[in-house]
Ligand binder design. Structure first.
Ligand SMILES: Nc1ncnc2c1ncn2[C@@H]1O[C@H](COP(=O)(O)OP(=O)(O)OP(=O)(O)O)[C@@H](O)[C@H]1O
Ligand SMILES: [Mg+2]
Length: 259
């Protein structure tokens, strides 16, 4: 097996804020899995995805260990950004690069030694499926909106970084089409780990990690139990999305379900 192929990653428990061991034995994540992380503010959600991002080795505040294919992560995963199999996209993803979106992607393509000339175009086209306002290749990175920047980062993670594990920290309010993003990441066979407060994203994930006091409190796998609720929530969410779009477009809202 290619040593860089990721079959799975395994999270081993650390400690909560009081120093007590976490309430799970181990959690294995494979490409194609969708997992959401939920819990109150300050409960340790971001700390958990940061542990995954850096392949923690009992060297973070939580004391967790994250293994790749059952073993400690190879050194280059941690050291070499071009080999890093994890892309973390946060709400605060800002890009300070003073260059156009097209040049930014071209630079990334060169650093990854990718020969495909059309990949920049395809990456921007994919980003534009996620965002309301289209991104043009000649626009400067610093002029992109928050939602456009995150859309571009998600598309870049899929197409150029080709990262098998994608971590998304609260992107639902970022003005990007989350269902589209989830669907697209699933078809690309990525492991998706979301920090989220969004009912649609939570219920679309097969597993839900509930955080409390800096630790994993429980891991839910509701499956069929939530099927009817999910259908109803998606319906409500579509109504809200439509209203949001109308409001954005400057309309007056006279009815929740306009004909
Ligand atoms: N197990 C732990 N032991 C000690 N400190 C922890 C632990 N888990 C998280 N922390 C610390 O607690 C603080 C809050 O955690 P974190 O930022 O992960 O919360 P969060 O759930 O992401 O909150 P928010 O919803 O506001 O983003 C951070 O400073 C983090 O380093
Ligand atoms: Mg957080």
């Amino acid at each position: 097996m290619d040593p860089l192929t990721i079959e799975d990653i395994t999270i081993l428990p650390g400690r909560n804020r009081k120093g007590m061991t976490e309430n799970f034995s181990s959690l294995t994540i494979c490409p194609g899995d969708t997992i959401s992380i939920v819990g109150p503010t300050g409960s340790g959600k971001s700390a958990l995805i940061n542990d995954i991002e850096i392949f923690a080795h009992r060297d973070t505040v939580t004391g967790r260990t994250v293994l790749v294919n059952g073993e400690p992560a190879p050194e280059e995963f941690v050291r070499d950004p071009a080999k890093k199999p994890v892309a973390l996209i946060t709400q605060n993803t800002k890009c300070l690069a003073d260059m156009t979106a097209g040049d930014f992607l071209k630079m990334h393509v060169r650093s990854r030694k990718i020969e495909d000339e059309k990949i920049v175009e395809r990456t921007i086209a994919l980003a534009n499926e996620f965002t309301g306002e289209k991104i043009l290749p000649e626009v400067r990175m610093t002029s992109l909106s928050g939602g456009q920047t995150r859309s571009l980062m998600v598309a870049d993670a899929i197409m150029i970084s080709n990262a098998p594990i994608i971590l998304l920290d609260e992107i639902e309010n970022a003005g990007i089409f989350k269902e589209k993003v989830i669907e697209c990441l699933k078809t690309h066979h990525k492991a998706l780990i979301f920090v989220t407060h969004d009912p649609v994203v939570s219920l679309l994930s097969a597993k839900r990690i509930v955080m409390k006091n800096g630790a994993v409190e429980r891991i839910l796998e509701p499956g069929e139990e939530e099927r009817d609720a999910l259908a109803e929530i998606i319906r409500m969410d579509r109504t809200l999305c439509r209203l949001r779009e109308l409001i954005r477009a400057g309309e007056i809202i006279r009815s929740v379900n306009p004909a």
